[in-house]
Design a binder for this molecule. Structure first.
Ligand code: FCB
Length: 461
């Protein structure tokens, strides 16, 4: 009998899915995203409403994670529930989180808890949120309270999700609350978020010395439309530098790169303030210089013609499916951080309501992840975004990332083929030939081909 070919992942590699409170819980009416929705700013005009009904019944969906033999599940705490008014703590809300975390433990699933995933209580927003440095203390007080009360149930924390998306979408492009378009403010917010992370890191560390604490950044690649055009090249490099690397550098060293360091005071204690690097990776963009777009830093971003894509969303923003980008991001983060900490893919996912491209996309990305690990990059876990379809911020229900499909009207669930596939991968802790053959036979050669094809994977590029 010939042996089945497989790409094995390291022992104790953590497989899971990721989610966020506002997108799944339902009934969150005390944060800025609810206000944004009330102002008619959701592109689809939809309402978050009961979302996936997790406040009442998340446990039902945790069963899918258990069936897939996931070792971890990433979820977030909704600050506006735990501290609905300044300094007033809601014990019942906290108790619900305790029940959820205990339920995960019973299923042998490690909870990974995000403390800030885009949403904040209105009282904090009305004080100016992260635009004001003096508000960081409120975030740290909330983090301290949560850690003190959940420390027996969680020791793996993500302080802040994607400061770069939060700041650029909300303060530069104006498509997330508070809808500002102000470059200087964007940087101020970024700085204060990193300061928030650093202060939260030390707060958690002092309560729970044995915990794992980090934050996650959203990494996007930007390619020049015409590689021979110095303008396209310059703009792509600037956008990529500002979106990904300036923030990584600031978080690593406490200082933003020149010239932004001229007006942003350094953050003390930043160096070493993390136990891992959290990486959220989705797509790459192609960029052409365009002098009419100052708010996009003079770059018109678009999808490379002919690319295999996610479902478009209402503004076409979900982009190209580009597996090699994951490898490139891992390599670059590893190099830029001098390999000082392990890495986790804290989000990677695809919106594909029909599930026609997702299985191949997951497999191709995992092959790239495996390649990085083979080359010595210490990636310790992978979280698919997301377990179930959920309310996608300013897009509403229009884009579907879930391994499990949800009809938001009836709350009916139907696992997509990708869910069975992900289960096979987690159980085997490997990409096996039979899984690839079943779900994306066109990838067999790319994934298991000669070592030459391993080095030069051709699919999806
Ligand atoms: C990430 C967000 C997450 C979800 C996915 C699709 O940027 O962290 O909440 O919206 O994109």
């Amino acid at each position: 009998m010939t042996q089945q070919r497989a790409l094995h992942f390291p022992k104790s590699f953590l497989w899971g899915t990721a989610s966020a409170a506002h997108q799944c819980e339902g009934g969150n009416t005390n944060n800025q995203w609810y206000r944004w929705e009330q102002q008619g700013r959701i592109l689809s005009g939809e309402q978050c409403g009961d979302a996936c009904d997790w406040w009442r019944e998340a446990e039902k969906d945790f069963t899918f994670a258990e069936q897939m033999e996931n070792g971890a599940l990433r979820l977030s705490i909704e600050w506006s529930r735990v501290e609905p008014d300044e300094g007033r703590w809601d014990k019942d809300a906290l108790e619900r989180y305790r029940v959820l975390l205990a339920d995960l433990h019973q299923r042998h699933i490690t909870p990974v808890v995000t403390l800030h995933h885009f949403t904040e209580p209105l009282w904090f927003v009305d004080r100016g949120g992260f635009a004001h440095e003096q508000n960081v203390q409120y975030f740290v007080r909330y983090v301290t309270y949560v850690t003190q009360h959940l420390r027996d149930l969680c020791d793996f924390w993500i302080t802040i999700n994607e400061p770069n998306v939060y700041a650029t979408e909300g303060y530069l492009r104006g498509v997330f609350p508070p809808g500002e378009k102000n470059l200087q403010l964007t940087f101020q917010v970024l700085r204060n978020l990193i300061q928030g992370h650093v202060a939260a890191f030390y707060a958690i560390r002092s309560i729970q010395p044995e915990s794992r604490i980090g934050y996650c950044l959203h990494y996007r690649l930007f390619e020049p439309s015409n590689p021979l055009s110095p303008l396209d090249q310059g703009i792509a490099r600037t956008q990529e530098g500002l979106f990904n690397w300036a923030l990584l550098q600031a978080a690593e060293t406490g200082r933003f790169p020149f010239p932004t360091n001229m007006f942003l005071p350094p953050i003390s204690g930043a160096a070493g303030a993390r136990d891992y690097h959290g990486i959220n990776y989705y797509t790459r963009e192609t960029v052409r210089f365009d002098p009419t777009l100052p708010h996009e830093l003079f770059g018109r971003r678009f999808i490379r013609p002919g690319a295999i894509c996610n479902d478009a969303g209402l503004d076409g923003s979900f982009g190209e499916i580009y597996p090699e980008g994951l490898y490139r991001v891992l390599q670059t983060v590893y190099r830029r951080t001098h390999g000082n900490k392990p890495l986790y893919i804290t989000e990677n996912g695809f919106c594909d309501a029909a599930d026609s491209r997702r299985p191949a996309a997951i497999l191709a990305h995992l092959a790239m992840l495996h390649r990085a690990i083979r080359e010595g990059i210490p990636v310790r876990g992978y979280f698919y975004w997301s377990l179930v379809d959920n309310f996608e911020w300013n897009h509403g229900w229009y884009v579907r990332f879930g391994l499990v499909e949800i009809d938001p009207l009836t709350q009916r669930r139907v696992p997509r083929p990708s869910a069975s596939m992900f289960g096979e991968i987690c159980r085997a802790n490997a990409l096996t030939e039979s899984t690839v053959e079943r779900y994306a036979p066109e990838l067999l050669d790319t994934i298991f081909g000669s070592s030459e094809t391993h080095r030069q994977p051709s699919f999806f590029i």
